[in-house]
Design a protein around this ligand. Structure first.
Ligand code: HEC
Length: 126
């Protein structure tokens, strides 16, 4: 019981930290929306674009531009706005329906996967 609570607390404080870091939402951290520019883009930049850029798009997918992210890859759209569980990126980050991404590397921390999911569920705004 206690350890579950601690995990919950840790997750909650992470969420608060992300909320506080997002300048546009600092005044209302409880309803903080995920910011593509300050929260999602840095994940793609550090973990994905080595293999998913315009000059070298693994699986036909370029994550280094808004156009590339909107276009998706060889399998189609990267996400269904509002529906993270049906989105290709969520599946691949979990290793469902193909190799887990980042390919050959460690899985993203749950907090980062949840940020990407939340961004999609909030409508995938740029
Ligand atoms: C080391 C190289 C590498 C890294 C890093 C990497 N990928 Fe990939 N990715 C690939 C390759 C190669 C493919 C194509 C083969 C496949 O589908 O497994 C691919 C395919 C994909 C696809 C399927 C594209 C399609 O339409 O078929 C998605 C989605 C994806 N990657 C997302 C990501 C995300 C998000 C990250 C960062 C968290 C990431 N990848 C990091 C190499 C990489």
């Amino acid at each position: 019981m206690v350890s579950f609570r601690l995990v919950g607390l840790a997750a909650a404080s992470l969420l608060v930290a992300f909320g506080v870091l997002a300048p546009a939402t600092a005044r209302n951290p409880v309803k903080a929306r995920v910011s593509f520019q300050s929260q999602v883009k840095p994940i793609f930049a550090s973990k994905c674009i080595g293999c998913h850029s315009k000059s070298s798009p693994g699986g036909g997918l370029a994550l280094d531009s808004t156009a590339g992210i909107k276009k998706g890859g060889d399998s189609g759209k990267l996400y269904v706005a509002g529906k993270s569980s049906q989105s290709l990126i969520t599946k691949r980050l979990k290793g469902e329906g193909g190799e887990r991404m980042p390919y050959g590397g460690a899985a993203l921390p749950a907090a980062q996967i949840n940020l990407v999911k939340k961004w999609i569920d909030e409508g995938a705004k740029f």
